[in-house]
Ligand binder design. Structure first.
Ligand code: TXA
Ligand code: MG
Length: 329
């Protein structure tokens, strides 16, 4: 199919909104990753998302809204925890799971009674969503199985010819997908870690839990977040996660030319003489660069990537979650 490339100008965002209203698909930038959107109230349009991505249809989609006032129309009840978290962290990289109203089709929720709702922080994303005038269902705009796209180039490489339009925006600032939080119960449960950290949730709600099996490809038949079943975020090369002290002994077991080390900026010099990709100087930078670095490993033809572990605190929890999943074979 023909794919229009649109800018972030007002005129182009109106065009993008009209494509969504007409039942088409548009890829748009957000602060986390690029999303592949369609009208969440139009089952036929939503099916096009699964086709474009090659995604199994038992994995539910997040519904994006332009304004907090749109939340009540989509869910049966805005719980206390949902109110507190929305007040504190919306617009932002956070998806709230709540019991859905029937208006959200089962194509979006993959048959669940709940739906994930997100109000993104990106100005372009919100202007686009406002032009759509309908809630927009959108997964990350990668082909199923490959790392989420954080730049226009990633999106173009994966999706050109598979969607009606792509909005060419900036690189994504957060770089990891939103924190998904089940707020249907008394205690918020993190189904997928992200930029809104457990500490940030605890601060607002007093309590927080991490869902079981969050870092692995779980064997549970019905995991709380169906996306947890799938191996995700993976480059084609083998990713091996190691303490930095163990990298130089591990690399001797591999072909030097075909192996690359993914490390923090402060450690680059430890690995003189080896292929290195600098992930960034801070954990926020590592989050921003992680998926792009995974893609770079494949583009440069490496067979093995040795990645330094980061501390599982703050956004480090989300970084390690994606890295562990990328390293599962
Ligand atoms: O940052 C993001 O969240 C990006 C941007 C585009 O907003 N979107 C995104 O969507 O990452 P996706 O489809 O790649 O990941 C959505 C995750 C999946 O793991 C899915 O299983 C989970 O959210 N999810 C969606 N709806 C759910 C629900 N009702 N209950 C449990 N988990 C749900
Ligand atoms: Mg995804």
């Amino acid at each position: 199919m023909e794919t229009k490339i649109l800018t972030t100008s007002k005129e182009d965002l109106i065009i993008a909104g009209n494509i969504i209203k007409a039942g088409g698909t548009v890829i748009f930038p957000t602060e986390t990753v690029y999303g592949l959107g369609a009208d969440a109230l139009n089952a036929k349009a939503v099916k096009k998302i699964f086709e474009a991505k090659g995604r199994p249809s038992d994995n539910p989609l997040i519904v994006h809204i332009s304004d907090i006032s749109k939340l009540e129309g989509l869910v049966t009840k805005v719980t206390e925890n949902a109110k507190k978290l929305a007040d504190a962290y919306w617009p932002g990289p956070m998806t709230l799971i709540l019991n859905k109203k029937d208006i959200i089709s089962s194509e979006v929720s993959a048959g669940l009674d709940t739906a994930g709702i997100r109000l993104p922080k990106s100005e372009v994303a919100r202007q686009f969503l406002a032009e759509c005038g309908v809630p927009v269902a959108a997964p990350s705009a990668n082909l199923s199985g490959s790392p989420s796209p954080t730049t226009f180039k990633h999106v173009y490489d994966d999706m050109y010819g598979r969607v009606d339009a792509i909005i060419e925006g900036e690189n994504c600032e957060v770089g990891l997908e939103s924190t998904v939080i089940d707020v249907t119960g008394d205690v918020p449960v993190i189904l997928r870690p992200g930029g809104i950290t457990p500490e940030m949730i605890k601060k607002v709600c007093g309590n927080v839990k991490l869902a079981h099996g969050i870092d692995g490809v779980t064997d549970e038949i019905k995991p709380k977040s169906p996306g947890m079943k799938y191996k995700h975020y993976a480059p084609k090369c083998d990713v091996i996660l190691l303490e930095k002290e163990d990298i130089l002994s591990e690399i001797l077991k591999h072909d030097k030319e075909q192996t690359v080390i993914l490390c923090l900026g402060e450690n680059v010099e430890r690995y003189n003489g080896y292929n290195v990709i600098n992930l960034g100087n801070t954990y926020d930078e590592v989050a921003t660069n992680l998926f792009a670095s995974f893609r770079k490993c494949d583009e440069l033809g490496y067979k093995v990537a040795l990645m330094e572990k980061v501390k599982e605190e703050g956004i480090g929890i989300a970084i390690m979650n994606r890295a562990k999943r990328a390293s599962k074979k």
